[in-house]
Design a protein around this ligand. Structure first.
Ligand code: 3H9
Length: 695
């Protein structure tokens, strides 16, 4: 094993180079190595030290994988204090990124130079914690309270230029970090500069206005999250205490956060975002080259997919039925791109170039002859899709990938239409496709691993999170959705109002409850799904007859101004409607149900238990390969609150045994819906959790 902290000299300058790939995380060996290297520097005759990171960045922060394990000395705060207390000057030469504990190490150094393009940030709140190695006390001593509050409560990084302007660093260098560190250190030596500990600077002036503005902002943007509030309090404390007491207050708040389930959920989300594309079946498999993509169908979904592809630099040929539809699709893509320009994601000249050169809208499939990939996004009907695939099979070149964006149809059946089922795959985008992060990659029976690898590479290029799914009605996401929607309808039938259900779930952390979502999507969607499943529906299943009635009344949701909620002209915020409650009441009477009250906690528990129970089935059947794939789908495609980590992580944190006991108790009244998933029963019997299946 290589030394995690190397020590070498150039003349009077000592270099302490941290070498812990891939991101130089500050694990135990690095921390111990840094303290040893500082002591060696103090003991030898070097006059100044430069701290550097090897590889692509300076330091990625504390080693997150150590969280939750017993702490090992030296702790990061002690390492930072030790660097700061060094009797000779220490320079941080920063490139790539200095994040979290990485920036805190730099703040422990006496001088800081950063290369252009470096990200300097304290992203701890995104992991449910706060900067715990002095970041909340040293940052405001350099930048003032207001800027420090912004950095620690949003977690957003700043550029070296911004950092220089706010006093966080001393200069912006150029070229190579080691050369820049050497040049700066030499200058400092020549000027006779000594150590300059940030912790010894006077405490920052209190800034009640900035604190109040931050509280107001957090009440809106970070509702229900503990870490941003704690981080703000720690920064405010820097103006009230000397450095020792301020650091102690930071420690106290940090320790509190380390014990929260939010921290556990957010760190789970961090790792699963990276693990989800780690699939044995595509390890070492080279993806096919994709430069030119075809999109069939230019509705909202097709235009969104085309927009995402264009924004990633692909050439796109969009095929529509007729010239008018092709023109409409071009208009939609133009609007999507205009929105990207407005958000600063795209320049106007680039937008113009995309529209005039990279995008072709046509009516002839023949234009796809040299496309490397085609994504079909036409009407959800097996016959229509089969027709499209037969045409694609006829025109596309050998080796091209043929993808369908179906959200529930049998992809094996679609693939069988072609002479090349190995090239067929599902790419299930979520609307709006150029915005939503999730891409379900649906691998059919005959899909070649190379095609799966191509889909994952494409997702990366489109900046999406790809999750592998198997073929079944609804794949991972919609299949589980239809089950917990069923739980919500059962709650309503039994006595809860749709408004209470929505409120309980938004309090839990969902951006919207299921009935507000139904209004947004359109009640016709749910109605059509029920119609489609009617022929195969089990007679014991509950049908939300009130939802059918709303549909027949033309109450289709936001688009008609009325659905479950009433919407004032132009408003997306609905008001509850007593007429809907009366409708539900009549449905209960017709079903012979005596309504009862539910607590919000009971509502959440049943809704979540239904999600987990079906999630367990989906894993058991191999539709999702691991519980973390279910978590990823719900987090990135269905508005699941990130700080809860995903449904399967939530279940692990709640305890599987207690959840199974509840499910069994509900099974007595409704054995059809609440039959426990065999995987859940097995895990409880073996005293294991879902995470034990994540590998
Ligand atoms: C902290 O510092 C707390 C302190 O204030 C107080 C302590 C007392 N630890 O993202 P990538 C892994 S909290 C462990 O794909 P990129 C990652 O899982 C920390 N592992 O690369 C992946 O593993 P694998 C504050 C980490 O180039 C691999 O490295 N810091 C860590 O796209 C590559 O990662 C942060 O929150 C870590 N800190 O982006 C920064 N970071 O290959 C978190 C990454 O097995 N990190 N890994 O899948 C990042 O934002 C990005 O990783 C970074 C590189 C921008 C650094």
């Amino acid at each position: 094993m290589t030394d995690p902290v190397r020590y070498d000299r150039e003349g009077d300058v000592a270099f302490l180079t941290i070498d812990n790939p891939p991101v130089n995380a500050l694990g135990h060996a690095v921390r111990a190595g840094l303290v040893a290297a500082i002591e060696r520097f103090e003991a030898d005759d070097a006059r100044i030290a430069v701290v550097l990171g090897d590889g692509r960045l300076f330091l990625g922060g504390a080693d997150i994988s150590e969280f939750g394990k017993p702490p090992r000395d030296p702790w990061l705060p002690e390492v930072v204090n030790r660097i700061e207390a060094c009797t000779k000057p220490v320079v941080a030469a920063i490139h790539g990124a200095a994040l979290g504990g990485g920036l805190e190490i730099a703040l422990g150094c006496h001088y800081r130079v950063a290369l252009p393009g470096t990200k300097l940030g304290l992203p701890e709140v995104t992991l449910g914690i706060l900067p715990g190695a002095g970041g909340t006390q040293r940052t405001p001593r350099l930048t003032g309270i207001a800027r420090a509050l912004d950095m620690v409560t949003t977690g957003a990084p700043v550029t070296p230029e911004e950092a220089l302007e706010m006093g966080l660093i001393d200069r912006v260098g150029e070229g190579d970090a080691r050369a820049e560190g050497l040049a700066y250190a030499t200058e400092l030596m020549e000027a006779g500069a000594g150590p300059r500990p940030v912790g010894q600077l006077p405490r920052p002036a209190a800034d009640a206005d900035a604190v109040a503005a931050t509280e107001t902002r957090l009440a809106k943007t970070a509702k229900g999250l503990v870490a941003p509030q704690h981080a703000a309090r720690a920064v405010a404390a820097s103006a009230e205490h000397d450095i020792e007491a301020g650091l102690a207050e930071e420690r106290r708040l940090f320790d509190e956060l380390m014990r929260t389930p939010q921290r556990e959920g957010l760190i789970h989300a961090f790792f699963l975002e990276r693990k989800v594309s780690n699939l044995p079946e595509i390890k070492g498999v080279a993806p096919r080259e994709i430069a030119h993509a075809g999109v069939i169908g230019g509705g909202t979904m097709g235009a969104g997919i085309a927009t995402a592809a264009l924004l990633s630099g692909l050439t796109v040929t969009l095929v529509e039925r007729d010239a008018a539809a092709a023109e409409t699709a071009r208009g939609t893509i133009g609007k999507n791109l205009a929105a990207a320009v407005k958000r600063g994601k795209l320049s106007e000249p680039k937008r113009d170039a995309i529209l005039s050169e990279a995008l072709k809208t046509v009516t002839d499939y023949g234009a796809l002859a040299d496309a490397d990939l085609a994504i079909e996004a036409v009407f959800e009907s097996m016959d229509v899709k089969k027709d499209v695939f037969a045409r694609l099979d006829a025109v596309m070149k050998p080796g091209a990938v043929l993808a369908t964006n179906t959200s529930y149809l049998d992809i094996d059946e679609i693939a069988a239409m072609t002479k090349r089922p190995a090239d067929v795959i599902g790419l299930h985008f979520f609307s709006p496709a150029h915005v939503m992060k999730l891409l379900e990659v649906v691998v059919a029976d005959k899909t070649a691993p190379e095609v799966t690898a191509t889909a994952f590479a494409l997702a990366k290029r489109l900046r999406k999170i790809a999750v592998r799914a198997g073929v079944c009605d609804g794949f991972i996401g919609n299949r589980i959705l239809s089950h917990y929607r069923g739980a919500a309808d059962r709650l309503v039938l039994a006595g809860a109002s749709p408004y209470q259900v929505d409120l309980a779930l938004t309090e839990f952390g969902f951006a919207m409850g299921p009935y507000a979502v139904a209004d947004l999507a359109g009640l016709d969607i749910g109605f059509m799904t029920r119609e489609r499943k009617a022929a195969t529906r089990d007679p014991r299943d509950v049908v939300p007859t009130w939802a059918d009635e709303l549909y027949h009344m033309g109450r289709l949701g936001q688009k008609t101004g009325r659905g479950y909620y009433l919407y004032a002209e132009g408003s997306r915020m609905g008001e509850p409607d007593p007429e809907v409650e009366a409708l539900v009441s009549r449905a209960r009477e017709a079903a012979g149900v005596t309504p009862r009250d539910f607590t919000d906690a009971e509502i959440v528990r049943r809704y979540m238990a239904a999600m987990v129970n079906e999630g367990a089935r989906v894993v058991d059947e191999g539709i999702a390969q691991r519980p973390l794939d279910v978590d990823a789908v719900k987090l990135f495609g269905y508005g699941f609150p990130r700080h809860r980590g995903g449904p399967m992580k939530w279940a692990d944190m709640e305890g599987l045994e207690a959840l199974l006991i509840d499910i069994r108790s509900w099974e007595k009244d409704d054995p059809f819906f609440w039959a426990p998933a065999p995987l859940l029963e097995r895990l409880v019997a073996e005293n294991r959790n879902f995470d034990s299946l994540n590998g």
